[in-house]
Design a protein around this ligand. Structure first.
Ligand code: CP
Length: 337
């Protein structure tokens, strides 16, 4: 397959051949590949994963029976960690779960060494979350088995972006076309620290949408938009009327975003998805948030729980895309994959 240097890779050099009885999946362009990001991944590759996610959501398969998936989470997570576990179990795989607090990372072992150790135990794939941008690639470079990036610092979070794409396709009744041509998606908030924004900017534009980054200048610098090929605005109210979806992002206090804010009240006033702003959006336009959400700051509770919101659909879609991601990179052990 065609591979971007920092996103997915074809079968790794030195990778062990598949064990006897393991069938080649129909999605074999992903087989043996890492999923490290969405940037540079062609539309057909994104659609292939998303189509598999829809298919498995309708017809689950024990496609990874007999395989083991390791989830290595060196940063806190609710959605991604639990949905990878649920996805792996849904496919019939065993799961080994490792966190920094309960692993030898706490004694100074590097992520690369951790990945090598886990791989030596015979896992089929490693799912990595780390606060270090580029950390997932470091792990991937250390091992022969596929690595999936579950969020690395402010770099990429590809399976969140894929979940968002699946939720949008569902909400817009696109029936699995994943063709977002003519759609405009505003992503508002702390863009500078957001791996979700980076992965979504890549995947949504590849699937045909126009993406606009909106936030205060410190959080939405024009240089970031230039680097990612998206327009930047500092005026949310000016963008609402033409938006087909507004995705609010979390203010990442753990990455220093607090220093960029005068106050939460000022932030909400200028950039919060308030009820008044939701009312200013066009009929049928959606609101989204990848979570976790600071309710009442990034989005009003009534909006988050209101008719425009697909926040919970994003979470549900996360399981489906992680089923597809695991099956695609590992390769199915089922005969009908
Ligand atoms: N969206 C997301 O990555 O959430 P978690 O940190 O809970 O996994």
């Amino acid at each position: 397959m065609t591979r971007s240097p920092d996103t997915t890779r074809a079968t790794k050099a030195g990778r062990s051949p598949a064990p006897d009885g393991v069938r080649t999946p129909t999605t074999n362009v992903w087989h043996g590949a890492d999923l490290l990001g969405t940037r540079g991944v062609p539309a057909e590759r994104l659609r292939e994963l998303l189509t598999l996610a829809r298919a498995r959501r309708e017809s689950p398969a024990k496609s990874l029976a007999g395989r083991t998936v390791a989830t290595v989470f060196f940063e806190d997570s609710t959605r991604t960690r639990s949905s990878f576990t649920i996805a792996a179990q849904r496919c019939g795989a065993d799961v080994v779960d490792l966190s920094s607090k309960a692993s030898s990372a706490n004694k100074g072992e590097s992520l690369a060494d951790t990945a090598r150790v886990i791989e030596a135990m015979g896992v089929a794939a490693i799912v990595v979350r780390t606060s270090r941008a580029g950390g997932a690639k470091m792990a991937a470079d250390a091992v022969a088995c596929p690595v999936i990036n579950a969020g690395d610092g402010a770099h990429e979070h590809p399976t969140q972006a894929l979940a968002d794409a699946l939720a949008l396709d569902d909400a817009w009744n696109l029936a699995g076309s994943f063709d977002f041509g003519g759609k405009r998606i505003v992503i508002v908030g702390d863009l500078s620290h957001s791996r979700v924004a980076r992965s979504n900017a890549a995947s949504l534009t590849t699937l045909g949408a126009e993406v606009v980054f909106v936030g205060p200048p410190a959080m939405a610098p024009r240089s970031l938009g230039g680097a990612l090929g998206v327009r930047v605005s500092h005026d949310l109210d000016a963008e609402l009327a033409e938006a087909d979806a507004v995705m609010a992002l979390r203010i990442q206090l753990e990455r220093g975003a607090g220093a960029m804010l005068a106050s939460s009240r000022d932030y909400r006033s200028a950039y919060g998805v308030t009820q008044a702003r939701a009312d200013a959006m066009k009929p049928g336009a959606l609101v989204m948030h990848p979570g976790p959400m600071n309710r009442g700051v990034e989005m009003d509770p009534a909006v988050a729980d209101g008719p425009r919101s697909i926040v919970i659909r994003q979470v549900a879609a996360g399981v489906a895309v992680r089923v597809a991601a695991l099956e695609a990179v590992i390769g199915s052990t089922a005969g009908n994959a």
